[in-house]
Design a protein around this ligand. Sequence first.
Ligand SMILES: Cc1cc2nc3c(=O)[nH]c(=O)nc-3n(C[C@H](O)[C@H](O)[C@H](O)COP(=O)(O)O)c2cc1C
Length: 214
Amino acid sequence: MTIDIYDAIRTRRTIRDFDDRPIERETLLRILGAGVKAPSHNHLREWRFILVEDSVQREKLVRFFLKERTDEELKEMLDDWGMTVESQYTMYFDAIPKQGRMLLSAGALIVPCFRQRGDLLGPKESLHELNALASIWAVIENLLVAAASEGIFGVTKIISTPEERDHVRATLGIPDDYEIPCYLPIGYPTENAVWHEQVPISADECLFVDRWSG
Ligand SMILES: Cc1cc2nc3c(=O)[nH]c(=O)nc-3n(C[C@H](O)[C@H](O)[C@H](O)COP(=O)(O)O)c2cc1C
């Protein structure tokens, strides 16, 4: 079953609660195929995707960043971050304890990779030097919208530290000239999966004509 593109975009939502239904390879390839139709900054579409099926490999990835916290510790952490918008606080409070589990339980754990010429994190003179990173995020959004049209949802989980990046690279054998924007677990949501409200914003209110106003 597929749906209209605008409905798919509206339906796409970050989901962190996956049931154990696997994603068929044909479906996964269709979703990935939509991903790689994204625009690419240098025309070359130098993208690769690692599908992490082996549970031992998944455990190895997750073990690196997994940290148990009590609700009190979590609240303290969010307060330290100065989080004052209620919906943002609620989302983080729900999301943080799920960061490991969602990678382990997703029907498919994808690790997207993009070819990076030069040091991504080195000094820059212009934002266009980040274009390889920008392009892979276009791939990811295409992929998530296509997935939503199939009733499949996901979450992009950041790789927080250089040590974690090195760990992912070593565990999955990713060559030095490829970078990893995030982990991308996708799957079918559980019946009681949490769907957070998006912060409302309308096209009307973010469009200015001829010059910035307001
Ligand atoms: C660049 C980026 C990084 C994100 N990193 C994480 C993450 O590390 N862990 C997580 O659970 N969600 C992560 N998210 C998901 C956001 O929390 C989510 O997109 C946001 O709350 C809005 O919800 P929506 O996707 O349902 O519109 C990330 C999203 C983006 C775009």
